[in-house]
Design a protein. Structure first.
Length: 295
């Protein structure tokens, strides 16, 4: 998997769903369709729910690919839907009323709840930033908040979901957040960095340094390992690279390591990311991880 293609595909998905330079008028769209991948026998089908509104104040968009439940994957789907709610703010069904499992299965209600929250937040931010200013009197930028949740990849025993949030609140630039989560299909368990054995950390650090260098060397300029001291910031250095805040993301090619803006490098560095092949990580993975990848 080429790391550039991952970022490009995610950005294209969000751009297609919501173009901030579209005609400035009230526009509300909602649609739902089902997508069924064919490359894996035991696939998790998804239903895409899209909502989009654009006016003089802001462009707001929410696009969620919900997994479709059946008799075999109810626990998995409930776990994914709960994760979706948490990524979107964790306010859905917070009054404690009703059957939580049934509420999590009501994906239309989930989407409506969080889309309304996005629109309200944009309106509140606009009022806080610009008050009652008239756009005809001076230039006032349109705010932008677009969230997309999709299925990133899938294996026989796992499925990886992806969350992206593109935000602009005025100023020199906006912010772009990517997060993900791998789930075990058998029971919906969320997978974290506990899949790594407590072994000699230097072995993992060597692999991570190679991965970071491959990211920075994807452009025209080429760097060496000693250059990492100038490329990284915060806790990260040429001698130590912390694990990402984003948990390990299983892909067909290996474990996807994903860092967000400012996490280990300057804004101009983008989103450092790389994949370490399973065969390279095998001595460092515990039984849980090996069973998930069929080893």
């Amino acid at each position: 998997m080429r790391f550039e293609l991952i970022s490009l595909l995610l950005l294209l998905l969000m751009t297609a769903a919501c173009d901030p330079k579209s005609e400035q008028k009230n526009e509300l769209k909602s649609e739902q369709k089902t997508e069924q991948p064919a490359e894996i026998k035991d696939t998790i089908a998804v239903a895409l729910s899209s909502r989009h509104v654009s006016d003089l104040i802001a462009t707001s968009a929410l696009n969620i690919a919900y997994p479709i439940a059946n008799k075999k994957n109810k626990r998995l789907v409930a776990s994914i839907n709960e994760w979706i709610c948490e990524r979107l703010g964790g306010t859905y069904a917070e009054d404690g009323n009703g059957d939580y499992d049934k509420l999590l299965a009501d994906t239309a209600a989930i989407a409506e709840h969080y889309f309304a929250a996005i629109c309200k937040e944009n309106a509140d931010n606009y009022k806080e930033l610009f008050g009652d200013s008239d756009q005809e009197d001076r230039f006032i930028p349109q705010l932008y908040d677009s969230i997309s949740i999709s299925k990133l990849d899938e294996g026989a025993n796992w499925v990886t979901m992806n969350y992206t949030n593109d935000i602009y609140l005025g100023g020199a630039h906006g912010s772009y957040i990517i997060y993900g989560q791998t789930f075990r299909k058998s029971d919906g368990r969320r997978i974290g960095w506990e899949i790594l054995k407590p072994v000699e950390e230097s072995n993992l650090q060597d692999l991570m340094r190679k991965g970071i260098l491959s990211y920075f060397n994807s452009g025209e300029e080429q760097f060496k390992e000693e250059d990492l001291e100038n490329l990284l910031q915060g806790e990260a250095s040429a001698y130590y690279i912390p694990l990402p805040q984003c948990p390990p993301l299983f892909t067909k090619e290996g474990i996807f390591f994903l860092y967000n803006q400012y996490e280990i490098a300057a804004y101009a560095a983008g989103l450092p990311q790389f994949v370490i092949p399973y065969e390279d990580l095998m001595p460092l993975l515990n039984t849980t991880a090996k069973r998930m990848i069929g080893k």
